[in-house]
Write a protein that binds this ligand. Structure first.
Ligand code: GLU
Length: 433
C-alpha cells in the first residue's frame, strides 16, 4: 500500500507480512550446523494460533459514546502461557498486533523464558483521553477479553503508552470478575500490587547489557556518541544508563521532534524540561532536528526506541551509525536490514535487545506464583545473567554461520519453538515409542 507523506509516496510496510518474509528467508539455513527446523516446520509460525477482536462502546465523561476497537493475538503457545504487552495508540491495527505477537513469541524463546508470545492493543489516543476515560476503557477491555487471558493462559503487560496504573486497573477488574486474587494475570504492575522491583527500568537495563557486550565485541570506543529516538520509558532510561556509563548522548527525540548537540546532553535535565513543558522539542542549547533527521546524524550508535518502520529501504543507506541498538519493536524493516548489513552496520535486534522488559515480567510472575518477593539487586543480577547468556548464544551463531544478529536470534528462537512443537507431537516428528 502506498501512503502520501508530504510530497513523497512511500511504500507502507506491513510489519506482519515483512516478518513472514523474514521467516521464509530462513529456509535457506535449513540443514546448516545449529539449525534444527525444516522449511516445512516453519509453516506452524505462518499465522497466529488465536486472535480476538473486540469492539465495544464506552461512555466518555463528556457524555459521548465511543466505539472502541481492541485486539489480543496469541501467536504461539508451544513453550508456555502466551506473554506480551497491551499498547494504546491511535494507529493500532490487527496487522501491527499480529507482528508484535509473533515478535513476542520469538523474544521469549531467544531468552529461553517458559512462555509463548502474544500482544494486545487498543486503537485510542491516550494523549487526548482523560485518565478517567482511560480507566473505563481499560476495565471494559478486560471485561471483553477476560475469558481469553489468565495467569496460566495469557499474561499481558505494559507496552507503548500503557503503564503500571493501566495494569492495576486491568488486574483489579479481572480479580473482581473472578472473585479471587490473581496477581500473576498481568505484569508491570505497581509494586504495591505485586509488581517486581526493577521492572520499570528493565527494558532499558536489559538493552544496556546487550549493548555492553556488543560494544566489547566490536571495540566501540569509550565515550562513543549516541542518538536515541523516543523518550518513553525505554528511550529515556537507556539514554540515562548509557550516559552514566560515559557515552555521549548527542541526540534525543519524542513524538513532537528532536534535539541535537554534539557536546552531549545531561539527560536528567532534558527529562525535567519535558516534564514541565510536555515535550523536549524546545529544549534550549540544542539544534532542532526532526525524528527522521535524527536517524541520519553522524553518530556511532543509533538507538531507535519509539515505533516500527523507522529505518526503511528509503533511508537505510544514509544511516551513519556503525551500530543500531533496537529498543523499539520492529524499527528496522527487512529490506533496510539487508542494506545495513551490506554496509557493515551491526544491528542488535529487538527480540534480543529489548527483551529485558519481558524477562523481568517473567521474574514478576514467578514472584507472584511463589508469593515471595526478591530485592532489586536480586532482580538486576538475574536480568544481567539472562541478557548476557542470550547475547552470547546469538553471537556464537553469528560467528558460526557468518550471519547477522537478527538472523541468528530468529534461528535461536525458532529452534526452541519448533523443538517444543515437536515434543508435543504437534508437527512432524518420527514417532518413537
Ligand atoms: N511490551 C514489552 C515488550 O514488547 C514487554 C512485554 C511483557 O513484559 O510481557 O517486550
Amino acid at each position: 500500500m502506498k501512503e502520501c507523506i508530504g510530497v513523497f509516496f512511500m511504500e507502507k510496510v506491513n510489519p506482519f507480512e515483512d516478518t513472514l518474509q523474514r521467516l521464509k528467508a530462513l529456509t535457506r539455513y535449513s540443514g546448516k550446523d545449529g539449525v534444527r527446523f525444516s522449511p516445512d516446520d516453519l509453516r506452524v509460525l505462518e499465522s497466529p494460533k488465536r486472535t480476538l477482536i473486540v469492539n465495544f462502546p464506552v461512555r466518555f465523561r463528556d457524555g459521548s459514546i465511543r466505539i472502541i476497537n481492541g485486539y489480543r493475538v496469541q501467536y504461539n503457545d508451544a513453550r508456555g502461557p502466551t506473554k506480551g504487552g497491551i499498547r494504546f495508540h491511535p494507529k493500532v491495527d490487527i496487522e501491527e498486533v499480529k507482528a508484535l505477537a509473533l515478535w513476542m513469541a520469538l523474544k521469549t524463546a531467544v531468552l529461553d523464558l517458559p512462555y509463548g508470545g502474544a500482544k494486545g492493543g487498543i486503537t485510542i489516543n491516550p494523549k487526548e483521553t482523560s485518565a478517567d476515560d482511560l480507566e473505563d476503557v481499560s476495565r471494559e477491555f478486560i471485561r471483553q477479553i477476560h475469558m481469553f487471558v489468565g495467569p496460566t493462559k495469557d499474561v499481558p503487560a505494559p507496552d507503548v503508552y500503557t503503564n503500571p496504573q493501566v495494569m492495576a486497573w486491568m488486574l483489579d477488574e479481572f480479580e473482581k470478575i473472578k472473585g479471587e486474587k490473581l496477581p500473576g494475570l498481568i505484569t508491570g504492575k505497581p509494586v504495591e500490587l505485586g509488581g517486581s522491583l526493577g521492572r520499570d527500568v528493565a527494558t532499558a537495563q536489559g538493552a544496556a547489557y546487550v549493548f555492553r557486550e556488543a560494544a566489547e565485541e566490536y571495540d566501540l570506543p569509550a565515550g562513543a556518541t549516541v542518538a536515541v529516538q523516543g523518550f518513553g520509558n525505554a528511550g529515556m532510561n537507556i539514554a540515562k544508563i548509557l550516559s552514566s556509563w560515559g557515552y555521549r548522548i548527542v541526540a534525543l527525540s519524542d513524538s513532537k521532534g528532536g534535539i541535537y548537540n554534539e557536546n552531549g546532553f545531561n539527560v536528567s535535565e532534558v527529562e525535567s524540561f519535558k516534564e514541565k513543558n510536555g515535550s523536549l522539542a524546545d529544549f534550549p542549547k540544542a539544534q532542532k532536528v526532526t525524528n527522521e533527521e535524527l536517524l541520519l546524524l553522524p553518530v556511532q550508535v543509533l538507538v531507535p526506541a519509539a515505533l516500527e518502520n523507522q529505518i526503511t529501504k528509503e533511508n537505510a543507506a544514509k544511516v551513519r551509525a556503525g551500530m543500531v541498538l533496537e529498543v523499539a519493536n520492529g524499527p528496522v524493516t527487512r529490506e533496510a536490514d539487508d542494506i545495513l548489513h551490506r554496509n557493515d552496520v551491526v544491528v542488535l535486534p529487538d527480540i534480543l535487545s529489548n527483551a529485558g522488559g519481558v524477562t523481568v515480567s517473567y521474574f514478576e510472575w514467578v514472584q507472584n506464583n511463589q508469593g515471595y518477593y526478591w530485592s532489586e539487586q536480586e532482580v538486576t543480577e538475574k536480568l544481567e545473567r539472562k541478557m548476557v547468556a542470550a547475547f552470547r548464544e546469538v553471537h556464537e551463531l553469528v560467528k558460526r554461520l557468518d550471519i547477522d544478529h537478527r538472523t541468528a536470534a530468529y534461528i535461536t528462537a525458532i529452534n526452541r519453538i519448533i523443538d517444543a512443537e515437536k515434543k508435543r507431537g504437534n508437527i512432524s516428528q518420527k514417532r518413537q515409542v
